[in-house]
Ligand binder design. Structure first.
Ligand code: NAP
Length: 267
């Protein structure tokens, strides 16, 4: 039996950023399954097209009677000009976004302060923070109702060595989200932050600068979360009744206690 009340998500217009892989892709597919219409965005056009094909397939398999409109709009969330022109590319029937999932985010390297390149610093701030803030501003101004779901991180609760910039961006996301909850308290807008611990995704490979072996080591001896686990939390939060706001959800693999404390079996 589904834990979602999917009738609340039927025909909703959902925009998922960073939907070409990992958590974003799993989220787009799950919204498609429960009868929402989904706009998927990221950089990679081919990958986005495949996500749309999966959305169409799961929507059909589920026998969903409603929804079923899936579109890709590739753009770079770190580029304010691309964000400005992005709304005009959304088909008219989906333009009233009901649920915005601000999922895009990345970290490159584990460089410590003193060794961090300007390029990486600017890229992470622009993508993880400014892009999210710019999109959220558009949503709040244009809609005045609906649900904003920001994907934070354990890195936004707990800073760790080698993660100063990424942790700063996720702490900023946390503070921005909390301030927004206060600002929209007199409106029907709901604002949620989901804070995942370790999730197996491309994310680790990017952090390890493309070194898949190093990325796999992150998960040695424990079972990390998978993207579908977080997608379920996102869709669950979105499917609560309109008077209920899931303000924060901190989600860990069972053998992770903090950013630095894990239990790993030796076998
Ligand atoms: N995996 C974890 O352990 C973990 C833990 C806590 C929080 N998170 C957070 O979860 C979110 C999703 O990450 P994930 O694990 O699913 O990683 P992922 O598989 O690497 O997905 C990241 C997505 O962001 C997109 N993206 C990156 N930069 C972009 C830009 N400038 N413009 C547009 N799209 C861009 C990527 O698109 P392209 O592939 O097209 O570049 C991709 O679709 C991130 O915010 C991350 O910080 C992840």
């Amino acid at each position: 039996m589904s834990v979602f009340n999917s009738s609340r998500l039927l025909r909703k217009s959902v925009l998922v950023t960073g939907a070409s892989s990992g958590i974003g892709m799993a989220t787009a597919v799950l919204f498609a399954k429960v009868g929402s219409n989904v706009i998927v965005t990221a950089w990679q056009v081919d990958a986005l097209q495949k996500v749309v094909e999966r959305c169409v397939a799961v929507h059909k398999e589920a026998g969903a009677q409603y929804g079923g409109k899936f579109v890709t709009i590739p753009f770079d969330v770190s580029d304010k000009n691309q964000i400005a022109s992005f709304s005009n590319k959304i088909p008219a029937e989906l333009r009233r976004i009901d649920i915005l999932v601000n999922n895009t985010g990345y970290v490159i390297g584990v460089d410590c302060v003193g060794d961090i390149s300007l390029e990486n610093m600017e890229g992470m701030f622009a993508t993880n923070m400014f892009g999210l803030i710019t999109l959220t501003q558009l949503f709040v101004k244009e809609r005045g109702t609906g649900h904003i779901i920001n994907i934070g991180s354990i890195a936004g609760k707990e800073p760790y060595a080698g993660g100063s910039i990424y942790c700063t961006t996720k702490h900023a996301l946390h503070v921005f989200t909390a301030a927004l909850v206060s600002e929209v308290v007199d409106t029907p807008i709901r604002v949620t932050e989901i804070q995942p611990g370790m999730v197996e995704a491309e994310f680790s490979i990017i952090r390890c600068r493309g070194d898949k072996t190093a990325a796999d080591k992150v998960y040695n001896g424990l079972q990390p979360l998978v993207a579908e686990d977080i997608a379920e939390e996102i869709v669950w939060a979105a499917s609560r009744p309109p008077h209920m706001n899931i303000a924060e959800l901190f989600v860990l693999p069972v053998n992770q206690a903090s950013a630095t404390i894990t239990y790993r079996s030796k076998a």
